[in-house]
Design a protein around this ligand. Sequence first.
Ligand SMILES: N[C@@H](CCC(=O)N[C@@H](CS)C(=O)NCC(=O)O)C(=O)O
Length: 330
Amino acid sequence: MGLLINGQWHDQWYDTKTNDGEFIRHESQFRHWIAKPSSEKNTNNSNADIPFIAQAGRYHLYASLACPWAHRTLIMRALKGLENIISVDIVHPLMQENGWTFVNDTATTTGDSQHSSDFLYQLYTHEQPNYSGRVTVPVLWDKQQQRIVNNESSEIIRMLNNAFDGLGATQADYYPSALRPEIDQLNSWIYETVNNGVYRAGFATSQQAYDKAATLLFSALDDLEERLSTQRYLVGEQLTEADIRLFTTLIRFDPVYVSHFKCDRKRIADYPALSGYVRDIYQINGIAETVCFDHIKQHYFTSHKMINPTGIIPVGPAFDLNAPHRRDIL
Ligand SMILES: N[C@@H](CCC(=O)N[C@@H](CS)C(=O)NCC(=O)O)C(=O)O
């Protein structure tokens, strides 16, 4: 675990001392946007002027099967049928002194097919030789210009949702205009309390910081349980990006966050609506293939030596994500 400072790699754990033991997530720094190709010919709006234009085969996703943020992008890629349009590499689940690596020693890792790099941070220094900051997945890479487009999952999924629609993507909209205000509101609340909330609990280094995060987290889960008891998805009957973003945290909750991040007031298994909701989404075509508990458990329990110095991976829990969810009656 580390970061780049002026382009140099430093093996360094998160600094929580300056924030009374609170973990504060850094903003992602590469925020370019892929535009849909313009269909208008002979106008000033020529595609040639647009730095990142949607094209089949031009973009590449660097992801981790362990990471909930990267997992969002893999789900969106699958739901939108972009497998032949956007290529993917999967980093090794162990993230230790060199950060994410391209060690390729199992059937579920790929190495770096684009540059044969050893470490993810090499892509960051390729883009910006004096980069300072965390080196995170996911990363959306432009193979044509050999540069990073974006390393913020919430924005990558928005691009995947519609930029490639004229290029063979599946016609489905997970961020429909009419639902945007509600989706945005849910996203920011769920990000604060749940998506980032589990990390704020798990990486806290003071009791006070942990208590604050855990209280907010379980209060949000209680509210979500109530909401999802009467409706199938977060904004009603239609799966949206808000569900994808919540799902990737919930599916990691019982196997990892309960013990590793001390989020143990309740398990998702103790919430009937939330556990049915997780099974419902897991059973959507294409999603189960994006879930890899082997990477998830290996990554958390062996990468965070501060939290789990022995690196021992717990055996459980046993659960059946293919059991009936019965949420279609809602
Ligand atoms: N806001 C980013 C967060 C990405 C992120 O923090 N990814 C984690 C993996 S779960 C990471 O790569 N962490 C490495 C680090 O913080 O050094 C996003 O949503 O894409």
